[in-house]
Design a protein around this ligand. Sequence first.
Ligand code: NAD
Length: 470
Amino acid sequence: MKYFLAIIGGGPAGYTAAEMASKAGKDVVLFEQNALGGTCLNVGCIPTKSLLYGAKQYYNATHAQKYGVSAENVAFDFQAMQKRKTIVVRKLVAGIKQRLNNAHCTVVNGAATVLPSAEGVEEGRLISCNGETYEAENLMICTGSTNFVPPIPGIKDNPNVWDSTDALAAAELPKSIIIVGGGVIGMEFATLYHELGVAVTVIEAMDTILPNLDQAVVQILLDKYRKTEINILTSTKVEEIRNEGEQSVKVKANGEWYEAQKVLVSVGRRANLQGLEALSGLEMNRGAIVVDEFMKTSLPNVYACGDVTGKIMLAHVASRQAEVAVGRMLKQIPLQRIAYNAIPSVVYTNPEIASVGLSEQQVRDFYTEMEGAAGLEKAGGVETFYEVHSLPMTFSGRFMAENDGETGLCKMIVDSRNKTVLGVHCIGNPCSEFIAAAGFAVRNGYTLPEFRQVVFPHPTVSEILHEVIG
Ligand code: NAD
């Protein structure tokens, strides 16, 4: 049988594409070597959020006095939290399986390998899995990414050094942990461990944590976390890791030694390319597959979506890329594209950070490059090209009612010539739940007067998006 579409990888990109193409009446085969759902469902977003929610419940219970509630003998059971996490993951994976079954998609459990092109068959049309050969008109590579292991002496095959997958699987909490990398994974795990009473040190090579986010928002998190005694070291490079017995590990950074029970390394992820070796004509850039705006690779009828493209490593980007790719494959009119300028992102620290669109620094960089030194001088400085509207979250009544002792921030970047909303950056719970509203504004190019007409329900923290416009 010749399939219309063969998909390698059953994460958010792969299962979205499989369901969409199958529902359109096409014969689809999806290969997955582990569980359906990929990193996000099995060892990423969902298990992390399950554990973080447990930690937040415990933290809130032990900090409830400010709301007039006292609770004695509050305790947590980490193994019970882990058990609940596993149940949540299992249910969601079963849900994906059911959806693919309902759509009549063929799912093959095994590691797929693309075969070299045969006579009369173009590159990327033959796939081998579990000893069988499959032929397809189109191939979609959704193989995802794995944790990057930097070349630090003592890091490799060290049982005291975890990646995020090891940390999620651990049966017991460490008493202390050093987290190498203050990016998204690093700061989410710092939050989890801190709220469960683990002594946390974060070591970040750059001069700030979460370097890709708007720094006004990051500063608020930094100030809070430093006060709560999470030890955050920036501009600090790890030079060596050395075990001190079975339960202790030392990390040398900027010449100083730091000690903990475990080390978690979260310094980025790299594309998974195993099984694709036969695709000799596949154009690559810095270890990731190059794709066009419809997720087409340099090979005809070969598409790639998700982390393997090295674009933005987020599950919701992967699934949107899959929709665009399948739409193109099915020759659907109008052809859709991805609005990369309006991808919301969230960091599940406490408080949460949520953003969409350009940061102030990105707007400054853009105009500095476009205008050049002479243009900036003539205009009176780069600041004349954009406006910043910002307010503490405490301007929201609901935020005040529910976030005692927190200030938060909502910052909106607006183009000063046409008043278009370029980006929104928030810190404060639960901003992850309303950043999509700001995403609509950025995606649709709303101006401030247009966005001002949007009515937000009262009392909700989302009203801050209305208040910040002024
Ligand atoms: P990241 O790129 O977000 O952060 C890595 C951090 O490590 C950076 O701050 C970098 O400066 C630092 N670093 C690099 N080398 C270092 C070294 N030798 N010593 C110290 N610091 C070093 O990567 P991540 O946190 O590993 O996350 C991987 C991907 O997964 C990201 O693209 C992220 O967006 C995604 N992710 C998203 C979510 C979410 O949406 N909530 C959650 C987890 C992961």
